[in-house]
Design a protein around this ligand. Structure first.
Ligand code: BTN
Length: 318
């Protein structure tokens, strides 16, 4: 009921009377008042005026299950599990998926004690500032196609950030989100599959949101939305905006079976397009000009005039 009251208050232009809320939920005025008190304790500013009712004034950067749920509009993230602290949202999401959690279930944490990055690296995850979340998906596609979901996720993060902050970021192939050449967001996609099919995919997203500073050794490589825009961002709103965009892009991907419907929008946002890139390959590094991605999400790199290599995975340095 608390989440529903919050949603109604946010949607309403004026005042919502206590009587109206009682009627809607079939509870007493005291029950409504208690729910409003709880919301205020969580940090929401709600004005109560005699004979008029309740009016939502605002909130700061609140990250609670109630707040996230009240911002979510679609199916992705409707089922959300929130933690103040957890080892890793990817580990938790994998466990939930093993236990049967449905596609679209989201795990969010304010802080991670063992955040994981790609290639076995750690992902620094302090409390109160950033977004750490993992989405469970159960796509009916071949395991070989799963890596494309990571590019879909990058598009969703791009859109979410643009819609909430106005910041025009870039995607560094395959799935880093960057601003002014520094990393804002990393994505770690993991899956459980057999040869013929996928049990589940977990897409883990870490975004530097309200970090004021970074340790000297990473400050040349990492940035945050606060540092880029000068404004604090409400994380719950951003989580919801990313989920909304993710759902739309994912539907397009699933309906096509590949990225053909998303190539042009991806290439538009990809920072590598038309630039010289160095491919860090197991069998030896090489350079070329990045032309864009194809429908499988492979990076097309022209290594010599007329000779184009398809890069499936690997690290790219700009
Ligand atoms: C990268 O190395 O670029 C990927 C970083 C992914 C970090 C996120 S934070 C939420 C989720 N949980 C984790 O342990 N890792 C991912």
């Amino acid at each position: 009921m608390k989440t529903e009251i919050l949603k109604l208050l946010k949607e309403s232009d004026g005042y919502l009377s206590g009587q109206e809320l009682c009627g809607r939920f079939g509870v007493s005025r005291t029950a409504i008042w208690k729910a409003i008190r709880q919301l205020e304790e969580e940090g929401y500013q709600i004005e109560a005026v005699r004979n008029k009712g309740y009016h939502f004034i605002g909130s700061c950067d609140i990250m609670t299950k109630t707040e996230i749920k009240s911002c979510i509009k679609g199916k992705f993230g409707r089922d959300v599990e929130y933690h103040e602290v957890i080892d890793s949202t990817n580990i938790r999401a994998r466990r939930l998926a093993e236990e049967g959690a449905s596609s679209g279930t989201l795990v969010v944490s304010d802080c991670q004690s063992a955040g994981r990055g790609r290639r076995g690296r750690a992902w620094v995850s302090p409390s109160g500032k950033n977004i750490f979340m993992s989405l469970i998906l159960r796509p009916d596609i071949l395991p070989a196609s799963a890596s494309m979901i990571t590019l879909v996720a990058a598009l969703a993060v791009y859109d979410g950030i643009k819609n909430v902050t106005g910041l025009d970021t870039g995607i560094k192939w395959p799935n880093d989100i960057v601003a002014n050449g520094k990393k804002l967001c990393g994505i770690l996609t993991e899956m459980s599959a057999e040869l013929e099919g996928i049990h589940y995919v977990v897409v883990g997203i870490g975004i530097n949101v309200n970090m004021e500073e970074f340790a000297e050794e990473v400050s040349q490589m990492a940035t945050s939305l606060l540092l880029e825009t000068g404004e604090k961002v409400r994380r719950s709103r951003l989580v919801a905006a990313i989920m909304e965009a993710f759902e739309q892009y994912y539907e397009e991907f699933i309906s096509q079976g590949d990225l053909s419907g998303l190539i042009s929008v991806y290439n538009k946002h990809m920072v590598n397009t038309g630039k010289e890139v160095r491919i860090l390959d197991r069998s030896g590094d090489y350079t070329g000009v990045a032309l864009g991605i194809n429908e499988k999400g492979e990076l097309l790199v022209e290594v010599q005039p007329g000779e184009v290599k398809h890069v499936i995975s690997g690290e790219v340095s700009v």
